[in-house]
Design a protein around this ligand. Structure first.
Ligand code: SF4
Length: 488
């Protein structure tokens, strides 16, 4: 499967991270943390646990609850560990790509778990391969292992910081040795990563919902460009990369729009509260006379509530979600995706019949799902259907770990708002403005956030950004699967 045969109709995240240090029996806690982060990746899960001497790992394809059985957790003995849930853009059935990646270097075991996308991974990989290195996975994440093992970094002080400093792009990393856990975010801060306190120990998680799940107290976020080390002497912080000279940050605004759980605190604000404001602002920017507001559950719920509150139009359940069907984008095959879209949302006909309905959703990627939902509302008897989207039109691809689709597949890259309205069959269509999107974070917020998928203004040079695509291209997978490059 590749990007062209599996276009996304919703944005797709790549991973969730959870780490823990100095807590007895960490495996069940990591399990709970990963369970809380399941929405960030559903195709694979893994964890590595250390007792200070030995590192044990277990990983598999599927949901957290499918990968880890009780016997598995019992075998993961220790007092520190890291875990990972993965959504992969391609190579989805490859167990090798499930993280943490655990390797034995000349000086011991290292385990790494990554959320994001490295824009210079392909170049780094090629240079190591030309020098004779062998890669186990088709992920961009693995280059960090090779940097850590490289004598150029291994034999120098601040080895991890120097290795991280070689990476370009979006990353939150958890790194574990036999006796410590490290956490780092790239200098732009694309991906969220928080620190919590649990008893005498420390916890790291992509989202604070995972801290809450395990009873940890939120301490603070890992700062962009910061390396935090939890070891026997406590928590230590250092800067591995200075803030970008441009003064720009890269916090992914899509975490607040779609990915993060509403009960999480991301980039300093509660996600539900931010989405409420998106909805209020949307009502101001695109008012409409209507009888009811409904959300596309679940990610549209908070914004729909905000729209309803501001407009005074009652909120009701126009759609009911079948919670026993996973998010559509996790389905690896197009056929599965198509049928699961139909299966996961049902229209409540008695609610919408004869009504002028405002439907609030988080985004439109290709437009096919929005079109189907508008049609379903009309078939159920809705008199008018007005679509409101709690982000601006997505016109550009993301190179930083969110797999929307190629530019050709993005409907807003090819059509005007009016043309999209006509395509999806709505009576009106309104998108939140970029100003409205950033408003909850305050006036200075714009420079701290990435909004490139809306504006095309990338914080990093992506002109040679073929990394993820090239790394996970069908050709490379064939090589890794045994085809191999031609030999002389
Ligand atoms: S391009 Fe969009 S999805 Fe990607 S990091 Fe930037 S804001 Fe997030």
């Amino acid at each position: 499967m590749d990007r062209t045969t599996c276009p996304a109709d919703q944005p797709r995240e790549a991973c969730g991270l959870f780490g823990i240090y100095n807590v007895p029996d960490p495996a069940p806690i990591i399990y709970s943390g990963l369970f809380a982060l399941q929405h960030r990746g559903q195709e694979g899960a893994g964890m590595a646990v250390s007792d200070g001497q030995r590192v044990r790992q277990f990983k598999g394809l599927g949901l957290v609850s499918q990968v880890f059985g009780p016997g598995t957790l019992d075998s993961l003995i220790g007092n520190l560990g890291i875990g990972h849930v993965r959504y992969s853009t391609t190579g989805s059935s490859r167990i090798q790509n499930v993280q943490p990646i655990v390797v034995e270097c000349v000086d011991g075991v290292w385990a790494i778990a990554h959320n994001g996308n490295l824009v210079n991974a392909q170049a780094l990989r090629q240079s190591y391969q030309e020098a004779g290195a062998i890669f186990q996975t088709s992920t961009d994440s693995e280059v960090l292992v090779h940097l850590l093992a490289d004598p150029m970094f291994r034999t120098r002080p601040r080895r991890v910081a120097r290795a991280l400093g070689e990476l370009r792009g979006a990353f939150a990393f958890l790194i574990m040795t036999r006796d410590c856990v490290m956490a780092a975010r790239d200098p732009y801060g694309f991906k969220p990563l928080s620190i919590g306190r649990l008893g005498e120990g420390f916890v790291f998680a992509s989202e604070t919902c995972a801290l809450n799940q395990v009873g940890a107290e939120f301490v603070r976020d890992v700062e962009p460009g910061e390396l935090v080390v939890a070891d026997a002497s406590g928590l230590h912080s250092s800067v591995f990369a200075e803030a970008p000279a441009s003064g720009r940050g890269g916090q992914c605004i899509f975490e607040s729009v779609y990915f993060a759980r509403p009960d999480s605190r991301v980039f300093g604000l509660n996600v539900h509260a931010v989405r409420l404001q998106f909805g209020e602002r949307l009502a101001d920017e695109h008012p409409v006379a209507a009888d009811l507001v409904t959300s596309v559950p679940d990610s549209g719920n908070s914004a729909a509530m905000g729209f309803s509150r501001r407009s005074g139009i009652p909120l009701d359940y126009g759609f009911i979600r079948n919670h026993y069907v996973g998010r559509t984008f996790i389905m690896p095959e197009q056929a599965q995706r198509t049928s699961s879209v139909d299966m996961k949302l049902a229209v409540v006909a008695d609610v919408v019949r004869g009504k002028r309905v405002v439907v609030v959703d988080d985004s439109i990627v290709r437009g096919t799902t929005a079109r189907r939902r508008v049609a379903a509302l009309r078939e159920a008897g809705a008199r008018e259907v007005h679509v409101r989207i709690s982000c601006p039109p997505i016109m550009h691809p993301c190179y930083f770990g969110i797999d929307f689709a190629t530019r050709e597949e993005l409907i807003a890259a090819r059509r005007t708002v009016e043309e999209i309205r006509a395509y999806i069959g709505a009576d009106s269509l309104g998108y939140l403005s970029i100003e409205g999107l950033l408003a909850p974070f305050g006036g200075e917020a714009a420079k701290n956030f990435c909004q490139a998928c809306f504006s095309g203004d990338y914080a990093l040079d992506v002109s040679r950004m073929e990394g993820k695509q090239a790394l996970e291209s069908g050709a490379l997978l064939l090589n890794l699967d045994g085809g191999g490059p031609e030999r002389p």
